[in-house]
Write a protein that binds this ligand. Structure first.
Ligand code: AMP
Ligand code: GLC
Length: 467
């Protein structure tokens, strides 16, 4: 029998409450998680209209507006910096450009920030998994200057160090290297409706000016290469991220393949030890790199992606039409696309997240997949509300954010197509499709890092919950 709206709200509310209990009870069971490779400093600035307009006028509004329409995709001058910021606002799109010019880097540093946070997918996940979930976490830091180390919260967060031939795991604050570089990503956040000149942001989002020469090449520390075997003895899960920045060629003659060979060797070690691994996909501009990343997926247990990233994969293994439909948000196209990705790669778990709902396709069954997605949605809503997560009670607070009712219509469509949807779980004979409506925070404090929060919370809690 069809459920009324009230019944659905009540049902999902109780599923959310149960999932929070199940996940938080299970998290202490995880022995350790490895997070590699990208950690940096996020310098967050909440844009101010007057300040921004003044600066744009000063460098030359006309040229900035011209560049805004013909985006250079990187920053070699102040005009290009502001063109990037304005373009991101105009489209309401997340964008990240690399800052090549030293002068612009100095300007950014002088302009300053409102808040410093740990950044990079690995860094963000470390503060969440180690700092909030209290799971022992080993994180790769390409550089470990004081400014960055101090952004790691207290808790079981470790970096490997080798002193006098001895292997030790210590908190990043205890392994500071004064002479190492500060890898700063300047993040310009704006809210929906933010206006600058005649440009109005259609939705909240951010522009990132990336002044970091290490993560741009997926720099892997020597300790991490030479003693990987020892490092992984301490973990039963691994999350890999940061490969999206790779380029086809570098000035010194090396290519993305050199980096990916090293990554592959580390994946082989993880697989030999039965360590389950998740790949956090991020938009990868270079098509060749993207293609090679797809070829690496069979070595992972799980992958996490959003609609833009899934569409970009369909351009390679599907077709332009499927890619467009995924981008437009057609749910059945998304389902076709994740099936296709699983067919092509054999990967066991695909977690798709978009504004308003998440789906997971798995080669195994269980309600734990749904509970993990629900827990991740609570963590995402809490991250949107507070910006920085410090404790589990903030995630519990997110239970009071209303469940996205629009997703109930999608659930009904799924029911029409696939028959019964048992509390979000659809049995597809050889696979399970799991669907959940999420919680949407009306005015988020900031947007950076929500995707990382979703993927890591779901992956780790799913493998922690025993059923
Ligand atoms: P990404 O696209 O990987 O950066 O991740 C962004 C994800 O964050 C989206 O897919 C949404 O699921 C989630 N998200 C974005 N804004 C909000 C919000 N205001 N409240 C809750 N979740 C959000
Ligand atoms: C990218 C950015 C980094 C940010 C992260 C959030 O890796 O370079 O600054 O913290 O995305 O997901």
């Amino acid at each position: 029998m069809k459920k009324s709206l009230k019944e659905k709200i009540r049902l999902w509310k109780s599923l959310y409450v149960n999932a929070f209990e199940n996940a938080t009870n299970a998290l202490p069971r995880v022995r350790g998680v490895l997070l590699a490779y990208n950690t940096n400093i996020d310098a967050i600035k909440y844009l101010d209209k007057e300040d921004l307009e003044e600066r744009v006028e000063k460098v030359g509004k006309k040229r900035v507006f011209e560049l805004m329409e013909n985006p250079p995709e990187k920053v070699t001058s102040l005009e290009e910096l502001f063109a990037g910021i304005l373009r991101s606002i105009k489209l309401g799109k997340a964008m990240e450009w690399f800052v090549e010019d030293r002068g612009v880097r100095n300007y950014l540093r002088e302009w300053g920030w409102d808040e410093l946070r740990i950044g990079g997918q690995a860094g963000i996940m470390a503060n969440l998994l180690g700092g909030v979930y209290r799971i022992p976490t080993i994180v790769h830091v390409p550089q470990n200057p004081k400014l960055q180390a101090e952004l790691f919260v207290d808790g079981p967060i470790y970096v490997p160090v080798f002193e006098e031939g001895e292997f030790k795991l210590v908190h990043p604050k205890e392994a500071v290297k004064e002479n190492e570089e500060e890898l700063i990503h300047y993040i310009f956040e704006f809210s929906r409706g933010f206006q600058v000149f005649d440009i109005v942001a259609p939705r909240e989002n951010r522009f990132i000016a990336n002044a970091d020469d290490y993560n741009a090449r997926v720099y892997i520390r020597d300790e991490f290469k030479e003693h990987f075997n020892k490092i992984v003895k301490n973990v039963d899960l691994a999350i890999i991220s940061g490969l999206q920045v790779l380029k086809e060629f570098y000035e010194d003659g090396t290519t993305y393949k050199d980096v990916l060979n090293e990554v592959e060797a580390q994946l082989d070690v993880l697989n030999e030890r039965n360590i389950k691994s998740h790949f956090e996909f991020a938009y990868t501009a270079n098509k060749k790199v993207r293609e090679t990343l797809i070829n690496l997926l069979p070595k992972f247990t799980s992958v996490g992606l959003n609609e833009v990233e899934l569409a970009s994969l369909m351009e390679i293994i599907g077709d332009e039409e499927l890619a467009r439909e995924v981008l437009e948000g057609h749910v059945f196209s998304v389902i076709d696309a994740i099936h296709l990705l699983m067919d092509e790669t054999g990967i066991q778990r695909i977690h798709f997240h978009t504004y308003g709902y998440y789906m997971a396709l798995t080669q195994y069954r269980g309600e734990k997949v749904r509970d993990a997605l629900l827990f991740a949605a609570l963590a995402a809503a809490a991250k949107a509300m507070y910006g920085n997560l410090e404790n589990l009670s903030q995630i519990r607070d997110a239970l009071s954010v209303p469940t996205n009712e629009k997703a109930f219509f999608i659930e009904e469509e799924l029911e029409k197509e696939f028959g019964e949807v048992e509390n979000g779980v659809i049995d597809m004979t050889d696979r399970q499709l799991t669907f959940i409506p999420t919680k949407i925070v009306a005015s988020p404090k900031s947007t950076v890092g929500i995707g990382d929060t979703i993927s890591s919370s779901a992956f780790v809690s799913e493998f922690a919950i025993r059923q």
